[in-house]
Write a protein that binds this ligand. Structure first.
Ligand code: COA
Ligand code: AMP
Length: 630
């Protein structure tokens, strides 16, 4: 079947389509139907089924006689370690950790925060939770203690599993002091912590609360897989919204299994046994879906890479890993390739490796700029496939289904909607707009299996953030257009979310941090265009009258504060001190206009601006920090 037939088959009978896709999953109790719409506009999938994620990702492959196949390749240029773990080995390690967690009192439905670097133990921890029906929430290592604390208070975990350290080029990031600080700040206290000790930095353990991973699993009895209801949350993943309080995206178990399994062949065109590599981090949705769950559910070999695209040790690392491990499909964020291209513009290092195994490269997480796509096409000679998705959906909304049919690529567009997604461009009143016109990107409800049914502990916020603006639709928060051929173009976010090196961050969250500085009277944070990272945050602060600090002191304190409160991942390094911020007459800060000035783009004077002369002051301040860039 070709794409149009597959998409048409879904549209004609979504229930039949998703029940058929569900046949690829091992059920303890099969679902009687796919979609449950009694609580519309809240929807659920495969609600009356009983199933276990870990069984489907691990045990069933062993049961099918494929225990000796490699499940995980761990390649860590920052430590020099390369190992592989077979499915049989993985089953044993996961079952023993699950048994250890259970012996400490962890049960189905309990939450577990996982704060780990890119080591196979991160996946083992996720799978061990899934094995006993515990709900994990992985927190990215680049977040600061207070961000971890916010997540501890929201998820109220019974346990926290953490690595003793992460390794960033040139420095070791000790996770344990950050964890201790987070527990100190948080109102909720976990009952126990499991610490995976790494040679690079051994953590001090708090007696009675902290347990050594190796010690625990040594004596643990393996735990069996516990079947859970289809709508049981598999995990919570926090993502940035418009405020400092992150949104806890809930991932439902059964839909997640069915949908992710479907994507592996149809979108990524890999068969069981083949090697799939997503160079991301388990702290992000790409890491959840495509480092851990989807490749394992589908019986592929996944690569856990602990390194950077450049500098570990050089810009040839990607090519080495692809060639050494026989990677067929490779997925990363455009930023990673921009970093490689900047260091090795001629692609000289590519020539050192045999990349004949590589069939396709996939990009997502941020806008894929044409220059980078063209460079990759030219240097790699394989299809470069952009696809668009979000933490909320967990997999592709709009893409190019390489396992069904390679659709013509139009650079700048992630191509066409995948089955399950009826994507529309809406005007402010919620009316569909004609081809070529810019509007809000929305998806007609229900969203397909595996997408978020709600936000953790925040159903009201879920309704307000996604379902209220356009009744009958899911509001994506992205704006764009669809052309005459149905190709989607993503142009911008409609909220205060920015995308820094493929990492989703909230400017609102950063403003909350700056506003807490005692000398800051008022502030704004905007996302300016950056050649490498796509966007970078930039702060504007107005100082309180009578502040005794110099401007430079306040600036560096602001930078330090964002690093301490949000984390180094925010890459917040530029602050301008200004007397006033440009506003509308009703007092709304004109952030979009400030972005245009910083980017050197043409802009129309907002009709509602209170005092246009302030824009000259902003331009002046920007010039001092080198914006617009040449
Ligand atoms: N633990 C602790 N700190 C971390 C971290 C982690 N897991 N990950 C990143 N950081 C820190 C970095 O050390 C850096 O700190 P610094 O300000 O002291 O230098 C900061 O957070 C920003 O990190 P990063 O975004 O990685 O920027 P970089 O300048 O070090 O590297 C790239 C630039 C382009 C190489 C890098 O951003 C990259 O590899 N991007 C790929 C994007 C990606 O995988 N996105 C995931 C979604 S698909
Ligand atoms: P995250 O939830 O971190 O995956 O971020 C999702 C957001 O990243 C989307 O809402 C978009 O704004 C942006 N994004 C993801 N993929 C793409 C893409 N292929 N093209 C343009 N923007 C993208």
């Amino acid at each position: 079947m070709r794409y149009a037939e597959v998409y048409g088959a879904w549209k004609a009978d979504p229930e039949a389509f998703w029940m058929q896709a569900a046949e690829a999953i091992d059920w303890d109790v099969k679902p009687s139907k796919a979609l449950w719409e009694e609580a519309a506009p809240l929807y659920e999938w495969y609600k009356d089924a009983q199933v276990n994620t870990c069984w489907n990702a691990v045990d069933r492959h062993v049961a099918a006689g494929r225990g000796e196949q490699v499940a995980i390749i761990y390649d860590s240029p920052v430590t020099g370690v390369k190992t592989s773990i077979t499915y049989a080995d993985l089953q044993d390690r996961v079952a023993r950790l699950a048994g250890a967690l259970r012996s400490k009192g962890l049960e189905m439905g309990d939450r577990v925060i996982i704060y780990m670097p890119m080591v196979p133990e991160a996946l083992i921890a996720m799978l061990a939770c899934a094995r006993i029906g515990a709900i994990h929430s992985v927190v990215f290592g680049g977040f600061a203690a207070s961000e971890l604390a916010v997540r501890i208070d929201d998820a109220t975990p019974k346990a926290i599993i953490a690595g003793s350290c992460g390794i960033e080029p040139g420095r070791i990031v000790e996770y344990k002091p950050l964890l201790d600080e987070a527990i100190e700040i948080a109102a909720h206290a976990p009952e126990f912590c499991v610490i995976f000790q790494r040679d690079q930095a051994q953590a001090d353990l708090k007696p009675g609360r902290d347990f050594d991973w190796d010690e625990l699993v040594k004596t643990a009895a393996p735990a069996d897989c516990v079947p859970v209801p289809g709508d049981h949350p598999a995990y919570i993943l926090y993502t940035s919204g418009t405020t400092g309080q992150p949104k806890g995206v809930v991932r439902p178990t059964a839909g997640h299994l069915v949908a992710l399994n479907w994507t592996m062949k149809n979108i990524y065109n890999v068969d069981p046994g083949e090697v799939f590599w997503a160079a991301s981090d388990v702290g992000w949705v790409v890491g959840h879906s495509y480092i851990c769950y989807a490749p394992l559910i589908h019986g592929n070999t996944t690569v856990v890479f602990e390194g950077k695209p450049v500098g570990t040790p050089d810009a040839g690392t990607f090519w080495r890993v692809i060639s050494e491990h026989n990677v067929k499909s490779f997925f990363t964020a455009p930023t990673a390739f921009r970093a490689v291209k900047r260091v090795d513009p001629k692609g000289e290092l590519i020539k050192d490796y045999d990349l004949s195994c590589l069939e396709t490269v996939y990009l997502a997480g941020e806008r894929a700029d044409p220059d980078t796509i063209e460079w990759m096409q030219d240097k790699l000679g394989v299809p470069i496939i952009d696809h668009w998705w979000q933490t909320e959906t967990g997999y592709t909304i709009v893409g190019n289904p390489m396992g069904i049919e390679k659709l013509p690529v139009k650079i700048g567009s992630p191509t066409l909607p995948m089955p399950g997604y009826d994507v529309q461009i809406l005007d402010e009143a919620g009316h569909p707009m004609p081809p070529g016109e810019l509007g809000a990107i929305a998806v007609r409800l229900p969203l397909p299996p595996g997408t978020l049914p709600t936000l953790w502990n925040a159903e009201d916020r879920f309704r307000k953030s996604y379902l209220t603006t356009f009744p009958g639709y899911y509001e994506t928060g992205d704006a764009g257009m669809i052309d005459e051929d149905g190709y989607l173009y993503i142009m911008a976010r409609t909220d205060d979310v920015i995308n820094v090196a493929g990492h989703r961050l909230s400017t609102g969250g950063m403003e909350e941090v700056l506003a807490a500085h005692p000398d800051v009277a008022e502030c704004a944070v905007i996302g300016v265009t950056d050649e490498l990272k796509g966007q970078l945050p930039m702060g504007f602060v107005c100082l309180n009258a009578g502040s005794e600090k110099t401007e430079d002191e306040v600036k560096s304190e602001c930078i330090q504060l964002v690093r301490e409160r949000i984390g180094p991942v925010a890459a917040f390094k530029v602050v301008c001190v200004v007397d006033r911020l440009p506003k509308t007459r009703s007092g709304k800060i004109l952030r979009a206009t400030m972005v245009k000035i910083a980017d050197g783009a043409v802009f129309k004077m907002p009709a509602t601006i209170d005092d246009p002369t302030i824009l000259d002051e902003i331009a002046e301040a920007l010039k001092k920090v080198g914006y617009p860039a040449d």
